[in-house]
Design a protein around this ligand. Structure first.
Ligand code: MRU
Length: 365
């Protein structure tokens, strides 16, 4: 997508070929800054500290991290260590293991001297594939928005609610949940996006709003608790969210608070769609509630907030009384029965084992 008129991805090889560059998402929306990853530890830190985040981008970063590691040492032991180090960074998004296993399987067939170059080629391919998958999700989701627009009075906007950031910043480019939104906007359909702020890290308020603003998509940031009210009043036509891990049976694990939006959508007859590229589907799992590991992040993300003062300086301040405990489960699971459909790169699937199998017969476990 464009940043200040320049096509920009979230991750790219540096021009001199010695490192990887990323957008440092911890500094948005107040500062647009990039960071340089030159070692395995840099890549692991970027994922852990969420300079990069979002399931597809985490996957792409681990692929680049494997290249950085193998460039230094391509022995079997170093390969296993790099895989283990990156796998331990964040537990919920399955794209991370998907990309790591893919790189390991590819390079372990080769002798050590050929491994780094092969990992680099594969990292480039994984990034390009991610962009292509997301464009296909945009094409698959666009008719859902067109159908709603066709039922409206001419000129009335289609109101779409989204949670967290499943936009281009969460991927290499284009985004998953935002792909149909950008496709509709670019096709001239009047749309408006309700952006959940997404406490505690505020990916909606900081990242999704920044993206939509840059692309000129009309949007309004709301507190997480407003969604149910907006749906009751008929102000939401459609919900589209992303996913960190979807089971083979269609249960969806996504940013904490997604489940509550799905419940409110169900109660109000609002279609609830999940943009799910196949690398975020865990074909080995059948029961999302019991089987998906939920990341527990630092309580400090709940007790403190970062924002910008009028003079432009950015500061972190305390929000809760010193001494109050805080808990920070980062994801929740929405059961398949609450999901209207999964927007995949192969089309829209019913959120069920049969629905997914119809589109992905090659993925049978
Ligand atoms: O903790 P984050 O910011 O990595 O969580 C991101 C999300 O939950 C996204 O909705 C999900 O990864 C889908 S991104 C296309």
């Amino acid at each position: 997508m464009n940043v200040s008129g320049r096509p920009t991805r979230t991750i790219w090889p540096s021009t001199n070929g010695t490192a990887v560059e990323i957008i440092d998402q911890t500094r948005l929306p107040h500062v647009f800054a990039t960071a340089r990853l030159a070692t395995l530890d840099d890549a692991a830190h970027a994922i852990r500290a969420m300079l990069v985040r979002g399931a597809p981008l985490i996957g792409a970063t681990t692929a680049w991290g494997m290249w950085l590691a193998l460039r230094d040492n391509a022995s079997d032991t170093a390969l296993a260590d790099a895989h283990a180090t990156l796998l331990a960074t964040r537990p919920t998004a399955v794209n991370l293991a998907w990309a790591l296993d893919r790189v390991r399987a590819h390079v372990s067939l080769l002798g050590p001297a050929a491994r780094a170059a092969a990992a680099r080629q594969l990292a480039i391919a994984i990034c390009d594939e991610d962009v292509a998958l997301n464009r296909s999700i945009g094409a698959a989701g666009l008719p859902l928005i067109q159908a709603i627009a066709a039922r409206k009075k001419s000129g009335d906007r289609v109101n779409i609610l989204t949670h967290c950031n499943a936009g281009w910043l969460a991927t290499v480019d284009v985004g998953t949940a935002t792909a149909p939104i950008y496709a509709a906007h670019d096709a001239g359909i009047p749309i408006h996006v309700w952006v959940d702020e997404t406490r505690p890290r505020n990916q909606g308020a900081s990242l999704t709003a920044w993206e939509l603003l840059n692309h000129g998509v009309p949007h309004t940031v709301v507190v997480d608790n407003a969604g149910g009210h907006l749906m009751q009043r008929g102000h939401v036509d459609l919900v589209i969210v992303g996913t960190d891990r979807t089971t083979a049976t269609g249960d969806v694990c996504n940013k904490i608070g997604t489940y509550l939006k799905a419940l409110a959508a169900h109660d109000n007859g609002v279609p609830f769609y999940v943009a799910a590229p196949s690398p975020s589907i865990d074909w080995t799992l059948r029961d999302g509630l019991r089987e998906i590991p939920i990341e527990e992040r630092s309580a400090r993300e709940v007790t403190h907030l970062t924002g910008r003062f009028a003079d432009g300086s950015v500061a972190t301040v305390a929000l809760t009384p010193e001494g109050s405990a805080a808990a920070n489960p980062a994801f929740d699971v929405t059961p398949a029965r609450l999901v209207t459909g999964l927007i995949t790169e192969r089309g829209v699937a019913e959120a069920s084992e049969a629905g997914l199998q119809r589109l992905f017969p090659d993925k049978k476990n």
